[in-house]
Design a protein around this ligand. Structure first.
Ligand code: AMP
Ligand code: FE
Ligand code: FE
Ligand code: ZN
Length: 287
């Protein structure tokens, strides 16, 4: 069984439509794929309608969160919620709030770039995002089109980095609130790429322990942004805390070099995830 539990489509900052994504997942030999667009459930229905016969679809969302520590410390992080009830009102309004904030924040980053004479238009960024959740990769695409950079990756290395002077933060949910809301919507939770260091500051192991105590179910161990040493460490953390160890590609289509199935989840871990009480089950092809 080949299982990839973290991917993005045009419902957020991926470049494959949900239809293309499930076809690509099938072509890549996956048996299970989770669609986990940022702060939205909008791609699920299209992916389900286009599902090939031998692929199971796990519905999910990657929520923009932050951990708040003492003395004003704040670390941004991503929390995956799987198989939760999309009609849960509280979580629905949070997804809406997070997506709305991303538009204003995207405009603010574009304005910062324009003030410095970088030729980029918000209208084009918005067009590139379409109906999907806006993200920095859309600004990156516009910068490539404008000839400012050669690739989205190059844009992230400098202009769009969280350490850049043009950077503006987006809204987020307190991670403990998110854990409570996703659990209340009967979802399974997983901490996405906890040690993706090049994205910014990462949390200490104690924070992962606090999250585990607050109901966290799983943690990404194998992820393209984790070094081998970090994967070994996280594997130990997962075992110590009783968290389900996951592996996923975090595929974004042409916006990132990583391929579908580049990292995968073991059948045992997947079975542990399915054993939790969830609002829905993976979707399979309806005959
Ligand atoms: P945002 O959500 O708007 O803060 O933008 C962050 C998103 O950009 C994340 O979903 C990442 O997956 C994506 N990202 C981060 N680094 C890169 C990169 N080097 N190239 C393309 N996408 C990236
Ligand atoms: Fe993304
Ligand atoms: Fe993420
Ligand atoms: Zn992701």
């Amino acid at each position: 069984m080949r299982i990839d539990l973290h991917t993005h489509s045009t419902a957020s900052d991926g470049t494959d439509t949900p239809t293309e994504l499930v076809r690509q997942a099938n072509a890549a030999g996956l048996d299970v794929v989770a669609l986990t667009d940022h702060d939205t459930a909008a791609g699920w229905a299209e992916a389900a309608a286009a599902l090939p016969a031998d692929l199971a679809l796990v519905t999910g969302t990657e929520f923009s969160c932050a951990w708040f520590g003492a003395n004003g410390a704040r670390i941004g992080l991503h929390l995956l919620g799987y198989l939760y009830d999309p009609d849960n009102a509280e979580l629905q309004s949070e997804r809406h709030r997070l997506r709305e904030s991303r538009r204003g924040r995207g405009q603010a980053i574009v304005n910062n770039l324009r003030v410095d004479g970088i030729p980029i238009r918000w209208e084009r960024v918005s067009e590139l995002a379409g109906d999907g959740t806006v993200g920095r990769p859309h600004i990156g695409q516009a910068l490539v089109e404008a000839g400012v950079v050669g690739s989205v990756d190059e844009a992230f290395a400098n202009l769009l980095s969280s350490r850049s002077k043009y950077y503006v933060r987006k809204a987020d949910m307190d991670v403990f609130v998110a854990l409570r809301l996703i659990n209340a919507a009967r979802g399974v939770t997983a901490f996405a790429h906890p040690l993706a260091r090049r994205r910014g500051t990462v949390v200490a192991d104690e924070v992962i322990a606090e999250m585990a105590a607050a109901g966290l179910d799983g943690i990404e161990v194998d992820h393209p942004d984790h070094s081998l040493a970090d994967r070994a460490h996280l594997s130990g953390v997962a075992a110590d805390l009783g968290l389900i160890p996951l592996g996923s590609s975090d595929y974004h289509g042409r916006n990132k070099a990583v391929r579908l199935g580049a990292c995968t989840t073991s059948p045992e871990a997947y079975a542990a995830l399915l054993a939790r009480n969830t609002a829905s089950s993976p979707i399979v092809f309806a005959t």
